[in-house]
Every structure is written in C-alpha cells, then in structure tokens.
Design a protein around this ligand. Structure first.
Ligand code: NAP
Length: 200
C-alpha cells in the first residue's frame, strides 16, 4: 500500500509554485507519488471564466512529465459533473489501495472549507496540507485550523512555500499585457500557452 498526495487545482495555468509545493510535500511527508487533479467544473467558479478543460489538463501533463513521482488524473476534467473534492477522494480511494492520502491546497482554501460539499466527511477522510504564500499565514488561518482540529478531528498541516508567491492570475494578466512569464512556468507550458493563444 502506498502513501500519496493529491494536488487539486484549477491550474489555469499550472506554475512553478504548484510544482515546488508538490515536491516539498512529497519529501516532507515521505509520499510515494503525487497525483495532480486538474479541476473539471470548479464548484466555486463560473464555467465560462475558466480555460477549457483539455488545455489545463495538457499543460499539467507537460509540467509534470519529467518527474517520475508525479502523475496526472483526468477524472475531474472528463466528468460532466461539478468537481466536488469529496467525490474525487472517494473515487481515488475506490480505484487504489492507499495507506494514507494527503490533499494539497492553497492555504486560502482552508479558510473557506466549510463551504465545500460534505466538508465534515471530507476532513475526516484524508490529511490536508495547506501551502502558504509569504505573508498569508494569518492569525485567522491558525485559529481556523485549531477549530477544525477540535471540531472535526481534522488532520491539517501547514507548509511555507516561498515560490507560491507565483499566481495563476498574475500569469494570465502578464500574458494579456504582453509581459514575460519565463521562469514562472515550465518552458513547455509557456510554449503551449503561446501556441494555443491562451490568455490574450
Ligand atoms: P482557487 O480558488 O483558484 O485558488 C485559491 C488560491 O489557492 C489561489 O491563490 C491559488 O493560486 C491557490 N491554489 C489553488 N490550488 C492550489 C494548490 N493545489 N496548491 C497551492 N495553491 C493552490 O482554487 P482552485 O484551484 O479552484 O481549487 C483548489 C482545489 O480545491 C481544487 O481541487 C477544487 O476542486 C477544490 N475545491 C473544492 C470545493 C468543493 O469540493 N466544494 C470547493 C472549492 C475548491 P493559483 O491561482 O496560483 O493556483
């Protein structure tokens, strides 16, 4: 049985912040592999505001291709249903025998986790690792984690990741403004964005 990390995100586009966080979590928690799960129809977003599923899936594959410990799952992007994390975790558990599962998110997600579908069940079903950007490890976050631990027996871990200062929103804005995104995303992702005219 293996220990795995699940890196869920819209990945519009995937960037080095996501990759550095995943590798650090893998090493820190001694995980066998990380499965990247690009979100299909994100529950909290308007479908039209997000780049087509297949583009986000291909960029995630390109970004992770050289790391033997990283794989990409298409379970959310090929589904017609809204991508609720509880369904994704349950599906991955049914498909494989895992000893322990770590769901990796940005720290902001922890602050609003009570808006997620079946969050109480979800918090009990796996570990959570929240990557914090420089400066966003607020008192509110620390108090929220304490409350979730006490009320739901949640297993939440915080991990500081300086490279998380990179953001997908900033990358999309830079492309639209004709500015460079080199060294913020892997070269293949940069080329994919230009070749397909994304974020203009
Ligand atoms: P988001 O709202 O687009 O992102 C929130 C913040 O977290 C952004 O600053 C984002 O940075 C960062 N972020 C997103 N994914 C990250 C990751 N894996 N590691 C580190 N930082 C990350 O969030 P999202 O990407 O759409 O959603 C994240 C995950 O939560 C997805 O798997 C989604 O399906 C799940 N989710 C589930 C529910 C539910 O089940 N009801 C509700 C909301 C979200 P970047 O923009 O730079 O990525």
């Amino acid at each position: 049985m293996s220990r795995i990390g699940i890196m869920g995100g819209t990945f519009d586009p995937i960037h080095y912040g996501h990759l550095v966080l995943s590798e650090q979590v893998r090493s820190e928690f001694d995980l066998d592999k990380i499965i990247f799960v690009p979100a299909g129809i994100p529950p909290h977003k308007n479908k039209e505001s997000v780049t087509e599923n297949m583009h986000r899936y291909f960029m995630t594959v390109l970004a992770t291709i050289h790391n033997p410990n990283f794989t990409v799952s298409d379970i959310e992007v090929k589904s017609e249903e809204v991508s609720y994390t509880i369904y994704t975790i349950e599906t991955l558990k049914r498909m494989n025998e895992y000893e322990e599962m770590y769901f990796i998110v940005g720290a902001d997600a922890i602050l609003e986790i009570e808006t997620w579908k079946d969050y109480d069940k979800l918090l009990g079903s796996c570990h959570f690792v929240a990557g914090t950007r420089p400066g966003n490890e607020s008192q509110a976050l620390v108090e929220k984690i304490e409350m979730l631990r006490n009320s739901f027996n949640a297993k939440i871990h915080l991990l500081k990741v300086p490279a998380l200062d990179i953001s997908s929103t900033d990358i999309r804005n830079s492309v639209a403004a004709g500015k460079s995104i080199k060294y913020l995303v892997p070269d293949a992702v940069e080329q994919y964005i230009y070749k397909n005219g994304l974020y203009k």
